[in-house]
Design a protein around this ligand. Structure first.
Ligand SMILES: [Zn+2]
Length: 166
């Protein structure tokens, strides 16, 4: 995009990310992805049937996992990422989060083509929550999104939410 008006300042927001075969991940990151996959077992998702797990690794190597928790009153529900993040921040307030892995269980009972597989991209609320965690702790939160046999690796949660509310 270009402007002919000299008073208009153009800016760009972009970031680089990687798509890495699971087998090529570092051992700690691969383990974190495995913990996220295991955490989908704790999902309570009778309304969406979308089971998501998240696992956080703290800088002292503590791993905290969570899963999405839905409710008949839909807004009460909480995503896997915030379930795990809130637990970590409540129980380890002095320890920074260095990485989060997110995985979704395969949806088996869908028989139309519109619900094809998608990586478990965090929703806007979770992006905001992760961004604030980064601001609080002054180190980036690496985001690992499990996509089948590959993992999308994003170097900082702030990449996912331009113009974060502060
Ligand atoms: Zn979310």
């Amino acid at each position: 995009m270009h402007s002919d008006n000299d008073n208009v300042k153009m800016s760009t927001f972009s970031f680089e990310y990687q798509r890495i075969p699971m087998s090529d991940l570092s051992e700690p990151d691969r383990e974190l992805c495995r913990r996220a996959e295991l955490a989908t077992g704790g999902s309570y998702s009778p309304y969406s049937n979308y089971k998501v797990g998240a696992a956080l690794r703290l800088t002292d190597n503590t791993v905290v996992a969570g899963a999405n928790q839905e409710n008949a009153s839909y807004p009460c529900g909480t995503c896997a990422e915030r379930t795990a993040l809130n637990y970590a921040q409540a129980n380890y307030p002095q320890v920074a989060v260095e990485a989060i892995a997110v995985a979704a269980a395969e949806v088996n009972d869908c028989n139309d083509d519109t619900c094809g597989h998608r990586p478990p991209y965090p929703c806007g609320l979770c992006r905001q929550a992760l961004a604030e965690a980064e601001h609080r702790q002054h180190i980036p939160v690496k985001v690992l999104l499990v996509d089948g046999d590959e993992v999308i690796v994003i170097p900082s949660a702030l990449c996912l939410l331009p113009f974060t509310f502060e």
